[in-house]
Design a binder for this molecule. Structure first.
Ligand code: ZN
Ligand code: ZN
Length: 197
């Protein structure tokens, strides 16, 4: 009998994230977040567009920035450690004030991006459609394809790792309860229930 094999080839979580299945916060139906190229000028990455085909609720993703500067003051050598509030403004320069000598200096700041989904004026967090608690652990998949991938992994008896790996593979990132053989049957049952959802 040939053991079932599971190859952790080039399967990044990122690869699955074209469409993320989530629960619609308005009607609790299955809804989607569609990945799109980031149109903001400030930084590289993706943005997600919410779509519920049942209630067509409008949920917008808003991007905000935090600007930081960490330098030694060129006049008195004191540490300048500046962190701005969250803002929608796109800035190339940030003026900071040295607390020690009160000099005002302009630097190119580092930028952190904060993204929020806004629904009816409040920021909300989405729940993955394919998610459930398993013995105190949260089991989740971003979409059907990802769920099928996890099912393959859990079902496989022999787990081969690709020789051509570079960096972290999705399998390396899986929590230990998913890799635990003792949870195999329980998790497969849970997955087939999620598929019916
Ligand atoms: Zn809905
Ligand atoms: Zn200074």
């Amino acid at each position: 009998m040939e053991a079932k094999r599971f190859r952790s080839t080039i399967k990044w979580l990122d690869f699955f994230e074209e469409i993320i299945d989530v629960e619609c916060p308005n009607c609790q139906s299955k809804a989607q977040l569609h990945r799109q190229p980031n149109t903001y000028k400030c930084c590289y990455g993706y943005t997600f567009k919410f779509q519920c085909n049942h209630c067509h609720s409008e949920i917008k993703e808003v991007e905000k920035y935090i600007y930081t500067v960490k330098r030694h003051c060129p006049y008195c050598a004191e540490v300048i450690d500046y962190r701005s509030m969250q803002t929608k403004k796109i800035k190339k320069e940030q003026e900071v004030c040295c607390k020690s000598c009160e000099a005002r200096i302009t630097y190119t700041p580092k930028v952190e991006t904060v993204r929020e989904f806004i629904w009816k004026g409040n920021n909300i967090e989405f729940t993955f459609w394919y998610s459930q608690t398993y013995q105190g652990n949260r089991f989740w998949a971003v979409n059907e394809e990802h769920l099928a991938y996890l099912e393959d992994f859990i079902r496989a008896k022999l787990r081969l790792r690709s020789k051509y790996r570079s960096g972290m593979m999705l399998v390396d990132k899986l929590p230990s309860f998913i890799k635990d053989k003792n949870n195999r049957d329980g998790l497969l049952k849970l997955i087939s229930k999620l598929k019916e959802k």
